[in-house]
Design a protein around this ligand. Structure first.
Ligand code: SF4
Length: 256
């Protein structure tokens, strides 16, 4: 049921042209490309969510990267932030492989779903408030479809704020407004919101965010979501773990 609803959201996201500035930017980046990806066909459209329709954890970012998600068509895929994030998801058993390089690389998530506040890459990684508000209804629809989600990991203050706005739109208000911080927690309606520094290069190169710190957030989210998963085997790939007696797939992943 939720897989069908997610597919409808995915279709609507990919077709969206609501924000003229972001449409122009994502298409310009896809046309102009960058030297190291000059031989690649860019996605150049909004990037939908990706992951397990039965997820118990939602991981929320800011927006696709110009030469990452906007190039590959999968959120957090093809840039250094994504490399850092997927390695962590793999270490804690939420992904079947530690890397995400393209939409057909065999990656599947178990118990987790990834999305972003804005689905189009913004210039300088800064969507305007109007662009944020135009895009949040997609997240609202995803959360309605993701019946099992109990924990939301917000990567950075923008995602934290976007999650709170979306939960308020769903009728769950937190008062006073909880403040973002790494490993900050807030109970908002039936959801547990957990903060994590964004895995941007600026944060990971300076070790403001380390792999251990990311793992601590993901493990806490698993605990809050009541998710128990086997740790992956040591090796480049592991089979998709089973959760609640059912294999999880990368459903909702077909970002194009
Ligand atoms: S940012 Fe969101 S609302 Fe704006 S054009 Fe992209 S998908 Fe549509």
């Amino acid at each position: 049921m939720s897989a069908r609803e997610l597919e409808e959201v995915r279709r609507d996201v990919v077709a969206c042209r609501r924000c003229p500035r972001l449409v122009a930017w994502r298409e310009k980046v896809a046309r102009d490309r960058t030297a190291r990806f000059a031989d690649q066909e860019y996605w150049g459209k909004p990037v939908p969510g990706f992951g397990d329709p039965s997820a118990r954890i939602l991981v929320l970012g800011l927006a696709p990267a110009a030469h990452g998600g906007n190039r590959t068509g999968r959120i957090f895929t093809g840039d250094r932030s994504g490399d850092f994030l997927f390695a962590g998801l793999y270490r804690v058993g939420l992904a079947n492989q530690p890397t995400s390089v393209s939409r057909d690389d065999g990656l599947a998530l178990a118990g987790a779903y990834l999305a972003a506040v804005n689905r189009c890459c913004p210039p300088k990684n800064r969507p305007t408030p109007a662009e944020r508000d135009a895009c949040l209804p997609f997240l609202e629809r995803e959360l309605r479809a993701l019946h099992g989600v109990r924990a939301i990991v917000a990567l950075g203050a923008f995602a934290w704020d976007g999650a709170l706005r979306t939960l308020a739109a769903l009728g769950h208000r937190a008062k006073p407004k909880p403040r973002f911080g790494h490993l900050a927690e807030a109970e908002v309606g039936p959801y547990a919101l957990v903060g994590c520094f964004h895995p941007s290069q600026q944060n990971t190169f300076t070790r403001k965010l380390t792999p251990e710190m990311l793992d601590a957030v993901l493990e806490r989210a698993k605990e809050l979501a009541g998710l128990r998963l086997p740790r992956p085997r040591r090796g480049p790939r592991s089979p998709v773990p089973r959760v609640g007696g059912r294999a999880r797939s990368g459903g909702g992943s077909a970002a194009g």
